[in-house]
Design a protein around this ligand. Structure first.
Ligand code: DC
Length: 223
C-alpha cells in the first residue's frame, strides 16, 4: 500500500534535501511546494505584476502553469510555462518576496488545488509549510522539521555559496528570520505543527540520519 508523507517546517532545516532522497528511497514522487510559491513569485517579478491589484492578480494566475520534470540526470526541475526555472527561483530577489506572495489567498488556493490533485493516487512525499494542516490533512505520515537558526543559516549560506550566490551570513540569517515570521503569522494557512505530526529536530543530525529516521516511520505505516 502506498501512503502520502507530509513534511513541513521552517526555512532551511533540510526539508527539501531530506524529502527528495526519501522519495527516491521509497520510489515515490517528490513535490517541492516551496518551488511552486517561488515560481509564482518569479512570474510576478518578471512581469511586474502588482499582486495587490485584483484584476492583475487574477489575470496573472490564469497565465501561470507550473509542473515538474526530470532532466537527463534524473534531477527534479521546476518548469514555469515551459521554461526550466529551477535556478531562477532560488535567487535572493525571489527569496525576499516569496513569503509576501505566499500570504495571498488566491495564490494559495490555486497551488493547493494543484498539490491535492498530484497526491490523489498516493505515493507522494510533499514538503512545504501547510501540507500536514491544509493540503494533505489525511496524510498517513506527517513530520514537522525544525532546527536552530544558526544551523539553518550556515546550511543555507553554504548551499548558496556552492551555487555561486555570494551573500553574507547576516543577509542569509535575516532572510530566514523574516520568512519564518511571515510564514508563521500569516492569516491564511500559517506554518504550524499539525496535531498528529511527529517533531524532528535536525540541529544535531546529518542528512542520512534524518532520512533514515523518517524512512523507518514510513515503513511502519506502509506495512
Ligand atoms: O521551502 P521554500 O523555502 O523554498 O519556500 C519558499 C516560501 O514559500 C516560504 O518562505 C513560504 C512559502 N511556502 C508556503 O507558504 N507554503 C508552502 N506549502 C510552501 C512554501
Amino acid at each position: 500500500m502506498k501512503i502520502n508523507i507530509a513534511i513541513d517546517g521552517y526555512s532551511s532545516c533540510g526539508k527539501s534535501s531530506t524529502s527528495k532522497k526519501l522519495a527516491k528511497k521509497l520510489h515515490y514522487k517528490y513535490i517541492d511546494t516551496g518551488a511552486m510559491y517561488r515560481a509564482v513569485t518569479y512570474y510576478f517579478l518578471q512581469h511586474k505584476i502588482d499582486w495587490k491589484n485584483e484584476n492583475q492578480l487574477t489575470d496573472a494566475l490564469n497565465h501561470i502553469h507550473i509542473n515538474f520534470q526530470l532532466n537527463e540526470w534524473k534531477e527534479n526541475r521546476t518548469v514555469l510555462n515551459g521554461e526550466d526555472v529551477e535556478e531562477a527561483i532560488r535567487t535572493m530577489e525571489v527569496s525576499k518576496k516569496v513569503s509576501e506572495v505566499s500570504t495571498v489567498s488566491a495564490v494559495r488556493k490555486m497551488l493547493v488545488e494543484q498539490q491535492q490533485k498530484i497526491a490523489i493516487d498516493k505515493g507522494v512525499v510533499m514538503d512545504g509549510r501547510d501540507i500536514g494542516t491544509v493540503v494533505l490533512p489525511n496524510a498517513e505520515l506527517k513530520i514537522f522539521m525544525t532546527a536552530g537558526i544558526e544551523v539553518r543559516t550556515k546550511r543555507r549560506w553554504l548551499e548558496l555559496q556552492a551555487n555561486g550566490i555570494d551573500l553574507t551570513y547576516e543577509e542569509v540569517k535575516n532572510n530566514l528570520e523574516h520568512r519564518d515570521l511571515i510564514d508563521s503569522t500569516r492569516l491564511d494557512s500559517p506554518l504550524k505543527q499539525a496535531s498528529d505530526a511527529l517533531l524532528l529536530d535536525t540541529s544535531e543530525m546529518r542528512l542520512e540520519e534524518q532520512i533514515e529516521w523518517i524512512y523507518s516511520k514510513a515503513l511502519s505505516k506502509i506495512n
